[in-house]
Design a protein around this ligand. Sequence first.
Ligand code: GAP
Length: 447
Amino acid sequence: MLKKETAAQMNEKTDVMDAVISLAKRRGFIFQGSEIYGGLAGTWDYGPLGVALKNNVRRLWWKRFVDTRDDMFGLDAAILMNQNAWKASGHVSGFSDPLVECKKCQHRFRADQLTDPKKCPDCGGQLGEARQFNMMFKTHVGATQDETSISYLRPETAQGMFVNFKNILDSQHPKLPFGLAQIGKAFRNEIAPRDFLFRAREFEQMEIEYFVHPKDWEKVFAHFQEEVKAFIADVGLDVSKVHELEVPDGDRAHYSKRTIDFEFDFPFGRKELYGLAYRTDFDLKQHSEFSKVDLSYYDEETKERFIPHCIEPSFGLDRTVLAILTDAYTEDTLGGETRTYLKLSPSVAPYTVAVFPLLRNKPQLVEKAREIFKMIKKTIPAAIFDDNGNIGKRYRRQDEIGTPFCVTIDFDTIEKGAGVTVRDRDTGKQERVTENELISFLTQKIK
Ligand code: GAP
């Protein structure tokens, strides 16, 4: 009995992932990378709606962690860095996962993710010995291809911030504590990319390196622990699906003295969404030593010179998008019909309002709808005009892409000046709102 339930639950989880992946493609959120050539594993292309959703997440993150604070500086460092930066950070020698290969079918797996470390999960063949596989994408810079021209696509955005620490001190003259914030691409040659956006080979991170006096690290760590949760609420995720895991000794990255993983209940299980780490003075010390450039900080008040310690909240942007999509995916019955919709928070939905004329072949309705659309768009830029298909189809389409409100212009609007109808995505209920009150009505609802 127990076995049967587990199998049924597993099917349900697979179904949700399949449904989300299919919706994401059908509606233009996310496509497989290089799809017409059969794809490239671990890469994903964002379509127009995916870009809008991702940009909303980015904006919320930047607003919370940079724009509304006076202790944070933005940065946009190069993806390619001098190879010595990766030697100093420990990535050249240690950024690896254990790899095993099947002796029969030659398929490769991450040894630490197998239930039976001796047996191939694909063909049942015997697996070889595990060896360490470095996950950095290696390349050469310039026309010569020798040891000196080696570079790597960055596996984390963090190092770009450490190597610019002195530039920030010299140009901005900040006082401790202060932080650097960066959003950008990271690349990892994952042995087994899987679960849609969850583990990709090319993805985006939103990271903060926050520098403190060593005596303050615990207080700042606790502050960011709360801020990470506040951001999770900003993007409208169900906070009851988020769980904090204190990463035990031995499981943490080489640079960390304390790490909390913020795990999320994805359809395929409870997995890491974000991380918060106390990186000590490891990185600045290493870069000082390898570059021979002094990366210490001088406190004018206490006359103390020291290497600051660092607290790092690290967020995967694509994992956030995946959490949002899987969390929002809903099936229900409305007006006797089953429907699929994305219960997206207005803060991240690609469109917050859709505007329709009731009928597309009545010029007066279309003209009035365009006029109201223009008026709405001035205050709510994420508005869309839609007159494709019949009204029922438009509602279904907007539901599927998660648009919280649909405004319809009908005959009562133009003949009786009776205002417009506003339909709520989640309940399907409509209410009439006068033209004068429409903007304040909508802005109240989506704030
Ligand atoms: N600078 C610290 C760092 O990079 P990490 O735990 O390796 O730490 C941080 O990565 C975050 O980046 C993760 O919590 C996750 O959200 C995201 N991430 C890591 N690897 C990823 C991958 N292969 N695909 C998508 N997102 C990934």
